[in-house]
Design a protein around this ligand. Structure first.
Ligand SMILES: [Zn+2]
Length: 230
């Protein structure tokens, strides 16, 4: 099972959990449920831990009801809950395991134990009361509108200039760069030969930063440019 959360939602969970310290913070997650594919968290609810404890939590039932109503109003499916571990690792405690009884739910646990290095993991339960096992889910933190290229460079826009020849290759690259904001990254798919000799050089002459140039197996190239100036 795979579940995604947006970077800004992750950041908000961390901020909220830090503010609730030393108590555990808790809430619900809702979004798009896909039993076979990826579950997508669209909304995070920040609810009161009525236990006010740093070892366990109970979600305020009234707030939970309001959150579920809000999910319905927005057309979101309930995906599970989240809570923080202020002092302990990001894995279910014995009590968490005992209380985790919904095989359809994702249980997200944020650990604040590593100072400045919050860790979020997602789990689900399998089996019945007697043979219950907890399994880790694959959790992806998504930076909206951004895609990680294979290089680990976060790309904002991609263009393909293999269908044109010089100097149109550079013109297309220049136009694409004009659309970007300062600091954003353009990935250019280009041919070997003239384009790969000319485009990176012209881009540098315009003052932009060439981050990487990689050759593909088919002899084409990927050029990564960081826009400098506006
Ligand atoms: Zn816990």
């Amino acid at each position: 099972m795979k579940i995604t959360i947006r970077q800004d939602d992750f950041d908000r969970i961390v901020q909220h959990a830090l503010a609730q310290k030393p108590d555990e913070a808790c809430g619900l997650v809702a979004g798009i449920d896909s039993p076979e594919g990826v579950r997508e968290i669209k909304k995070v609810y920040f609810l009161t831990n009525t236990d006010h404890s740093n070892e366990h939590f109970s979600i305020d039932p009234r707030e939970q009801l309001l959150a579920v109503r809000d999910m319905r109003a927005n057309g979101f499916a309930p995906l599970g809950n989240w809570h923080s571990h202020p002092e302990t690792p990001s894995r279910p405690s014995e009590e968490d395991k005992r209380l985790a009884n919904d095989p359809h739910a994702s249980y997200l646990i944020l650990s604040l134990a590593g100072e400045g290095n919050p860790v979020l993991n997602a789990f689900h339960v399998e089996g019945g009361q007697e043979n219950r096992t907890v399994r880790k889910e694959e959790l992806l933190i998504i930076q909206e509108g951004r895609e990680m290229a294979e290089t680990g460079i976060t790309v904002d826009e991609k263009i393909d200039i293999t269908d044109v020849v010089c100097p149109v290759t550079f013109v297309k690259t220049k136009v694409a760069l004009e659309e970007l904001d300062e600091g954003q990254i353009l990935q250019v798919h280009l041919n070997s030969g003239e384009p790969v000799r000319n485009v990176p050089r012209s881009v540098k002459e315009e003052g932009h930063q060439v981050l990487d140039l990689r050759e593909n197996e088919d002899g084409t190239y990927e050029l990564f440019i960081k826009k400098v100036g506006d």
